[in-house]
Design a binder for this molecule. Structure first.
Ligand code: OSB
Ligand code: MG
Length: 357
């Protein structure tokens, strides 16, 4: 599916998504999941083609044909797979949706959420061709009501860019996401960002590092938010113990599904560390899962969960995800994740299919 606008991070530019959708069927009811891997192994080690094989050949055979009491069991059944959390998590999420639809409950209730009826939303704005274009985009998203603005940064697109945005919008909730573009040797440069009162700076250092983040955090006034390097509740525990961050971004796929996302959420809540729901340029299916996840109590900060139309000319769910003028998404009480699948359009954009039975 082509994005309405390219999305550029410190690791590259995406113009078109190749998304794996999982349909889990039991006794005539379908549940839906999305594997959130990118098209290339640049955010983490997974990509569309690796995830296809892991889901088909390793994750799904462990679940199919089994009597499962609860979707909670799926995580344990696929734990023997090392890494590949997004592939595992997409399958797991489909079984959660299936469980919710079979029991007639909204997914948010099924996972133990429901702390709020509307979730607070922010946007993630990629690296643009010019600062003027970036400022135009920020203006547009603020006018749409979004509660916080995240700007992608990298060396050469950081202090000067943030300065200009901050000058233009002195009072907005603003943050930067580096996607691992710096090292500890850049600490002085990152420290310069302190003067702009960012809510947080996301994953400044290596994708697999916690220790250097712990060395960086006391040198900054700005809280560090960890994304890439937190792949489990245990990593969250370690990062908090080391004081490597003040905030954690939880992505369903990155941690391998709802089971682990809930455990990570609970670890953070117990430690007084707020969390928010990250995004991976999902279709409506992954987006709907993110909305359900964001109703857990400790998701108190605006997430990167935003309206379908920011990404797609037409989404594969109906209705599309919409954002209120207050910058929130209202949760649905429909069974499952609360939206219908637009099967005609899904078929139209499908390029490859496989069935495991
Ligand atoms: O680091 O949060 C990130 C997109 C792709 C890969 C990594 C990230 C992102 C985003 C986009 O920031 C969030 C979204 O709008 O879905
Ligand atoms: Mg990030």
């Amino acid at each position: 599916m082509p994005l309405v606008h390219f999305f550029e991070t410190s690791f590259g530019r995406t113009s078109e998504r190749e998304i794996i959708i999982i349909e889990a069927v039991s006794e005539g009811v379908s549940g839906w999941g999305e594997i959130t891997a990118g098209e290339n192994p640049f955010y983490n080690e997974e990509w569309t083609d690796s995830a296809w094989l892991i889901a088909r050949d390793y994750a799904m055979p462990r679940i199919l044909g089994r009597e499962i009491e609860s979707a909670l069991e799926v995580d344990a059944l696929t734990r023997h797979i090392r890494g590949h959390n997004m592939a595992r998590g997409g399958v797991e999420a489909a079984v959660w949706d299936l469980q919710a639809r079979r029991s007639g409950n909204p997914l948010w209730r099924e996972i133990g959420g429901g702390a709020r009826r509307e979730i607070p939303c922010g946007v993630s704005i990629g690296i643009q061709n010019s600062v003027e274009e970036l400022i135009g985009k920020v203006e547009c998203e603020l006018a749409a009501g979004y509660q916080r603005i995240k700007i992608k940064i990298k060396p050469g697109w950081d202090v000067d860019v943030i300065r200009r945005v901050r000058e233009r919008f002195p009072a907005i909730r603003l943050m930067g996401d580096a996607n691992s573009a710096y090292t500890l040797a850049d600490a002085a440069r990152l420290k310069e960002l302190d003067e702009f009162w960012l809510m947080m700076i996301e994953q400044p250092l290596a994708h697999d590092d916690i220790i250097d983040h712990a060395a960086l955090q006391p040198r900054l006034a700005t809280p560090i938010c960890l994304d890439e390097c937190i792949r489990s509740a245990h990593h969250g525990e370690q990062a908090i113990r080391m004081k490597a961050c003040g905030i954690i971004n939880i992505k369903l796929g990155r941690v391998g599904g709802f089971g682990e996302a809930k455990r990570l959420h609970d670890v953070c809540e117990a430690a007084g560390v707020p969390v928010w729901c990250g995004g991976m340029l999902e279709s409506g299916i992954g987006r709907a899962h993110n909305i359900a996840l964001s109703t857990l109590p400790n998701f108190t900060l605006p997430g990167d969960v935003s309206a379908s139309k920011r990404y797609w000319k037409r989404d594969i769910i109906s209705p599309e995800v919409e954002v209120t003028p207050a910058g929130t998404i209202r949760i649905s009480d429909q069974p499952g994740f609360g939206y219908e699948i637009d099967r005609d359009f899904l078929n139209h954009v499908t390029v490859q299919e496989d069935a495991v039975a």
